[in-house]
Ligand binder design. Structure first.
Ligand SMILES: *Cc1c(COP(=O)(O)O)cnc(C)c1O
Length: 442
């Protein structure tokens, strides 16, 4: 497939091919009840509950290894914060109507990894550690998992490997090092130097490739497969990663309840999550759909320069499509989103669940970064800032307005809506890098 063939097959892809900011609405979204059965064959409610229980079992270990999680009793969770000043600022600056109430889900500030990868990545490391320790007869699920902190010699015989543009490597690297695993992180050319340095400071072996993300993953997978003592965290198809992300939904539900926010047909929930391969937004959105069914509307946001999940779902060619096929180089400053081909798992399981994808220009990532910093005093990294293209785009693009009309998002209901921009990374960005970010595309 090439650019012309893709556009001929689906004219909605013309704006995508031209790397314009756009709203792509998913024509395959189905009512929740119609897809529930098949979806649960792949990832069931019981699977998600099992993942949540596992994270709970690990809480005493996490608390011991990372004192920063003392306050949350060893649970890694982020604040959900209303951002009214940002909402006003965006509306004024971009002449936009942003209905309802805009909140920021601050996974940018998650403990340990400072990004959404603290959900999926850390979960997969812990699951693997548990499997090994139980298999060796050193642990039962009724034990106090705090004792894992004394088993570093056992874990040192095993290696974890992962391909990463940065943040996944940081979450896998930091948690693996805390358990005692040896860790090798295979990094693409997009990875920022400060992320590599930070990883090395944790004793992680960083292997650099002059190529893109797909290559780093392929090399990592190959190296790991050749070593029976090694586990590869496969961002392109891991169900464990997906489950770690999906647990976010029940945690968010509790936070919404704490803020007295109702979600029902009169009070819709609309979420916008930046996507790279799609694992994080896929897992979180899937969990939200399982809780809120058709009352939640899950949009992904991707750089206009790298809309890989959009293409994977739109063409139904899943992981076999690449942004290069449509004539886009896939170069973006949003390092967390620089994945030319999407996840095989997520593009399939989300085909009937995702509402659509908004795309965002490079310059806007930095404009939104400055807007959030100026209005709310919150700093999140450029990849994260993609999420604001969602609330700005919902009533801007005709196709998105048509989505609202078809799905009962009347002006009145939108007036009662809760819109969530998911902030996916930022806490670990060094001070001098902020200075650079705040001045970029100015
Ligand atoms: C990884 C990442 C994402 C997207 O996650 P995927 O699983 O690759 O889709 C979004 N934002 C940031 C900051 C990330 O690091």
């Amino acid at each position: 497939m090439n650019r012309d063939a893709l556009i001929a097959a689906d004219p909605a892809l013309r704006a995508v091919a031209d790397a314009e900011e756009t709203a792509w609405i998913n024509p395959r979204l189905l009512p929740f009840d119609m897809v529930d059965g098949l979806s649960q064959l792949v990832v069931s409610d019981a699977d998600i509950a099992d993942a949540a229980a596992r994270l709970q079992r690990f809480a005493p270990f996490i608390r011991r290894a990372f004192p920063e999680t003392e306050e949350t009793n060893g649970l890694i969770e982020s604040p959900l914060r209303p951002i009214p000043k940002m909402q006003q600022r965006l509306a004024a600056e971009y002449h936009a109507v942003i209905p309802g109430r805009l909140l920021l889900k601050m996974d940018s500030h998650l403990a340990i990894a400072g990004s959404v990868k603290a959900r999926g990545g850390i979960y997969e490391v812990l699951k693997h550690a548990e499997d090994l320790a139980i298999g060796a007869g050193l642990l039962t699920i009724d034990d106090d998992y705090g004792k894992l902190a004394d088993m570093r010699d056992f874990f040192a015989r095993y290696t974890m490997q992962v391909g990463s543009t940065g943040n996944l490597g940081m979450s896998i690297g930091i948690m693996s090092a805390a358990i005692g695993f040896r860790v090798r992180v295979h990094m693409s050319a997009d990875a920022k130097a400060w992320k590599k340095n930070l990883l090395r400071s944790h004793g992680v072996e960083v292997i650099e490739y002059a190529d893109d993300y797909s290559r780093a993953v392929a090399e990592g997978r190959r190296a790991s497969d050749a070593d029976p003592m090694s586990h590869f965290v496969d961002d392109e198809k891991s169900v464990d990663l997906f489950l770690g992300y999906a647990v976010a939904a029940e945690r968010l539900a509790a936070q919404l309840a704490d803020l007295n926010i109702t979600v029902d047909s009169e009070h819709p929930l609309i979420v916008y999550i930046p996507a790279g391969v799609g694992g994080a937004p896929g897992g979180v959105s899937y969990g939200l759909r399982r809780l809120y069914h058709d009352n939640v509307h899950c949009f992904f946001v991707e750089p206009a320069q790298c809309p890989s999940v959009l293409l994977g779902v739109a063409t139904q060619r899943y992981e076999q499509v690449s942004v290069h096929d449509i004539g886009i180089a896939g170069k973006t400053d949003a390092d967390g989103l620089a994945c030319a081909s999407p996840s095989s798992l997520v593009t399939r399981i989300m085909t009937n669940h995702m509402a659509g994808v908004f795309t965002v220009s490079e310059a806007h990532l930095y404009d939104y970064l400055r807007d959030l910093n100026a209005s709310e005093g919150i700093r999140i990294e450029p990849s994260s800032c993609a999420s604001f293209a969602g609330p700005l785009g919902l009533l801007r693009f005709p196709d998105a307005r048509a989505y609202c009309a078809v799905h009962g998002l009347t002006p009145e209901r939108l007036g009662h809506a809760t819109q969530i921009a998911w902030a996916t990374g930022g806490r670990l960005v060094p001070e001098e890098i902020w200075t650079e970010y705040l001045a970029t595309y100015r």
